[in-house]
Design a protein around this ligand. Structure first.
Ligand SMILES: C[S@@+](CC[C@H](N)C(=O)[O-])C[C@H]1O[C@@H](n2cnc3c(N)ncnc32)[C@H](O)[C@@H]1O
Length: 402
């Protein structure tokens, strides 16, 4: 284990065990840790973080620390929209790809992207002030590690996700958050006059393609962790329900050479999936199944996986999907949800942020372990295990309750 990983492990362990000190660590080694604890412990921790190249602000006056954090969050919130827009613009223009071969002047970048050079300069300068790209002399810019994920076609690229986050049709929905909080309903219909987000996409193939590419990139970040986080022994046929372009299914098939896969999704998505799956070396073990999970799902699977599906829907719609799966699965079959499981406490939690996207966009929700248990029970299933993975997601396993 590297020193950095050892420090991170200690920090997680400390906060999980809820010992007398709590550690709120935003990032190591690039970020800043906020520690409320005894002074000598803080100093020791700060030294460890510094040894791995990080920076920890040690605050022993908790009241002052809280105030400082609040101010920081308020400033961040104000700046956040500017940052999202700026990153989306740079991602869409492909600036990181243009700089992959070496530094370039703003004039060159503006010519290649057909932009107004002085304005592009101001955006790049602001990005560089946040550590994304580096400004050299004479308005020349260089790629750096923080800007690398804005490149396309690199492992762990975030470009498609950033573009999705900044699309007008997505941003407008976030602009209606007040509506969702007041009514408890998705803001999608309110912003776009459509039944739901997938009706919107069904009628707009270009937007659907942006969404699908973003989902594939997001899934790529956790596919290995999920594949390694579950023992698939005994699963001869794995059905990925609404598996998008097949990123997770193909990862699992690679790791399990005798397994067959069925990729199920809406017909439009399956068309795109054929192309993506054909590029992998497990294509001969994937069967494609277009359909609608509110009507039925393919029969004969030993396990039915759903990543980021149940969180899209309210309980009633989720129950329809789960009941259709229960009816279709082989005797002894398992349901495997890949989702964030919301935990108690105030620790920073990706799931709690994603939950707001679920509130405003598809109208679903992230759930606690108890809520999953209850949902399964109502669908005639029994929750057997929740397995955390090395990603933000857990694998929630269920079997038939009969
Ligand atoms: C949030 S994405 C998750 C995709 C994939 N599981 C992943 O994690 O990358 C939701 C998926 O549900 C699919 N979907 C939505 N409504 C559906 C329906 N009625 N029947 C089948 N699939 C549907 C979408 O096409 C999309 O691929």
């Amino acid at each position: 284990m590297s020193r950095r990983d050892a420090v991170l492990a200690r920090v997680r362990q400390a906060s999980e065990q809820g010992r007398q000190y709590r550690v709120h660590l935003r990032d190591v080694p690039d970020g800043v840790g906020y520690i409320g604890a005894g002074a000598d412990l803080c100093q020791r921790f700060a030294a460890e973080v510094a040894a791995v190249g990080g920076q920890a602000i040690v605050v022993t006056d908790l009241a002052a620390a809280r105030e400082r954090l609040l101010r920081l969050l308020l400033i961040e919130a104000g700046a956040k929209s500017a940052i999202v827009w700026q990153h989306e613009l740079l991602a869409r223009l492909g600036i990181a790809d243009l700089l992959a071969g070496g530094p370039k002047s703003v004039e060159e970048l503006a010519t290649a992207t057909d932009m107004h050079a002085p304005s592009l300069y101001r955006v790049l300068r602001a990005a560089a002030s946040l550590g994304v790209f580096v400004e050299q002399e004479n308005q020349v810019f260089e790629l750096n590690a923080n800007a690398e994920p804005l490149r396309s076609n690199v492992p762990n690229s975030l470009r498609d996700i950033v573009i999705f986050m900044g699309e007008d049709w997505h941003w407008e929905v976030w602009g209606k958050t007040m509506y969702s909080v007041r009514t408890g309903k998705s803001a999608w219909g309110h912003a776009h006059n459509e039944e739901d987000v997938f009706d919107y996409f069904r009628k707009r193939p270009d937007a659907f393609e942006v969404f699908n590419r973003a989902m594939t990139s997001l899934t790529a970040l956790s596919a290995k962790a999920v594949s390694e986080g579950y023992d698939f022994t005994g699963v001869k046929t794995l059905v990925d329900i609404a598996g998008g372009h097949g990123r997770l299914l193909t990862e699992i098939l690679e790791a399990n050479p005798s397994m067959q896969g069925i990729l199920f999704d809406m017909p439009q998505v399956i068309e795109g999936a054929r192309e993506s799956v054909a590029k992998t070396n497990v294509a001969d073990r994937v069967e494609f199944a277009p359909g609608d999970f509110f009507v039925s799902v393919p029969a004969g699977g030993d396990a039915y996986m759903m990543k980021h599906i149940i969180h899209d829907w309210d309980d009633e719609k989720s129950l329809t999907i789960l009941r259709n799966i229960k009816q279709a699965m082989n005797p002894g079959g398992r349901v495997l949800l890949v989702e964030s499981v919301i935990a108690d406490g105030n620790n920073q939690d990706f799931g709690k942020l994603m939950d707001i996207e679920m509130l405003v966009s598809p109208g679903g929700k992230e759930r606690t372990a108890a809520e999953y248990e209850d949902l399964f029970k109502r669908a005639g299933l029994r929750l057997t295990r929740i397995l955390p993975t090395r990603s933000a997601y857990s694998i929630i396993e269920a079997v038939s309750a009969d």
